[in-house]
Write a protein that binds this ligand. Structure first.
Ligand code: SAH
Length: 247
């Protein structure tokens, strides 16, 4: 039997948000590859080999998965949320680029519900107009580039979704991002901290930019910043679909 490789998104946490397509791939797999906590979300069963690995070894992990598929295994590489959003799908193609023989393999990318969309749905519709998603981690890019992009996107009037907002290793950087926003957005701008969305640990907090403090975010939080029109209605926040005077 010939092997295949799927890079699959497990969604934000709740099993009900796993797509049937991903469930099917998991049920046909012989091997699951990924960051430990994500692999732990896949139910063990006889004949299924789990390959949990550390967070920072994406390229090794991708190469390992490709080798397994080349050897005839049915491999699912798991990401949280969507595999194409700050996750394993790009790492996989980087590995294919290094070793083009892998390009002949049966590879598929199976989408999942990304954190910002799950969070937005919980909060109302804060991403209902144009928005930009920015990874605040400086693992794979200089922090100066993070700052430039945050500022440009905020000045251009986008609502913003921040992934990896604040880790113990770089607590001051998110404070810097809040300062940048304060420099170009009004103090009443709405900002939502959505933590562990759709898991039992979920918490949602909506404050103004003036009230926001760095400690409201950690690595399980996705931060959504509204645009200038984002407002509260009842217990929700939403961004109107129109802007610039068009109705
Ligand atoms: N591929 C993932 C993102 C991986 S980066 C996706 O599409 O969602 C990891 C970051 O995603 C975290 O630091 C956090 O900002 C965000 N995240 C992932 N799951 C989340 C959840 N259930 N609730 C809130 N944020 C989440």
């Amino acid at each position: 039997m010939s092997g295949w490789l799927a890079v699959a998104g497990l969604g934000p946490g709740d099993a009900a948000l796993l797509t049937p397509e991903v469930s099917e791939a998991l049920s046909r797999a012989t091997d699951i590859v990924g960051y430990g906590p994500y692999v732990a979300r896949v139910s063990a069963r006889p004949g299924l080999v789990l390959h949990p690995s550390d967070n920072r070894v994406e390229l090794d992990r991708a190469r390992h998965a490709l080798e397994l598929a080349a050897a005839g295994r049915r491999v699912v590489v798991v990401s949280s949320g969507d595999p194409g959003v700050f996750a394993m799908a790009s790492a996989l193609f980087e590995a294919v680029e290094v070793e083009p023989r892998f390009a002949a393999l049966d590879i598929s990318i199976l989408p999942g519900i990304t954190a910002m969309l799950a969070a937005a749905a919980r909060l109302g519709a804060p991403l209902g107009h144009d928005f930009a998603a920015i990874n605040l981690s400086d693992n794979l890019k200089p922090f100066a580039l993070v700052e430039r992009r945050v500022l440009a996107a905020a000045q251009a009037g986008f609502a913003l979704a921040f992934y990896n907002p604040r880790s113990a290793a770089r607590p001051h950087q998110f404070a810097r991002v809040l300062d940048l926003l304060r420099g170009c957005c009004e103090p009443g701008r709405l900002i939502a901290f959505a933590r562990a969305v759709t898991t039992p640990d979920e918490s949602l907090q909506v404050v103004t930019l003036a009230e926001a403090v760095p400690e409201m975010a950690d690595m399980r939080t996705v931060v959504l910043v509204g645009n200038a029109d984002t407002r509260r209605v009842g217990r929700w926040i939403y961004t109107p679909r129109s802007a610039g005077g068009v109705r």
